[in-house]
Design a protein around this ligand. Sequence first.
Ligand code: NAD
Length: 249
Amino acid sequence: MKLLENKVAIVTGGSRGIGFAIVKRFLEHGATVVLCGSRQETADKAVAAIKAENPDAAVEGIAPVLTDPESVRENFEKVKNKYGHIDILANNAGISARDSVYDYKPDDFQKIIDLNVNAAFYCAQEAAKLMKPQGGGVIINTSSMVSIYGQPSGVGYPASKFAINGLTKSLARELGKDNIRVNAVAPGVTNTDMLAVLPDAVIQPIINQIPLKRVGQPEEVADAFVFLASDMASYVTGEILSVDGAART
Ligand code: NAD
């Protein structure tokens, strides 16, 4: 069953990891997808990888500067003008850091907030402006399991994901009247580049604490995005959906 036929989706951070899996799942479910990379080159590379498997895939790559509201506006407007509507925003681009608070550089804290929070706000704001006159849409933010209990170092990252939950819940309340649903997916430890930089000594104790005794795959997170983006979730808004094997501590 295809759940997203005739839908147009923008996926930020779509060039790799969880975002790339979301792009592929959305395509499998019949959506037209515009993926955003941090550079045009990485966006094009991701599109080429998809087209190598399926030359007819309805996908293109763009590279808005997500931390610049003007660039987001220009790029999202172009998408709406080209396809006529934007039905889904997967607000997924994000970065992480694990520095101790004693060494945390203010610039690094700012960098995390700029991308994980401010850019997510700019994208949600622009998407909502374009979705309202067309009668509605769906915004799905990428939170994290650390948005529930924090983490033992790298305070900027969980702080940014707590903010994402606040953005999600508040926008769901504000935009419901415009038929725009706003939800978040909170992945647990997921097998992407973000994880690959961590040493085994850090990962194994984490796995030991996960009731399902393994890390998640990006496709398992992407499936939650498909559900929330689809009409199967037509009465779900303001929800933070954990996809973490119950690893919530
Ligand atoms: P990743 O590092 O594999 O991918 C990050 C994506 O964000 C890439 O597509 C990259 O191009 C994009 N990006 C990074 N910096 C950018 C910038 N300055 N401008 C525009 N785009 C930029 O990471 P991932 O694991 O796929 O993470 C995706 C999302 O999932 C993030 O929001 C992350 O916080 C969240 N998350 C990941 C995990 C995990 O274990 N991997 C767990 C919980 C939440």
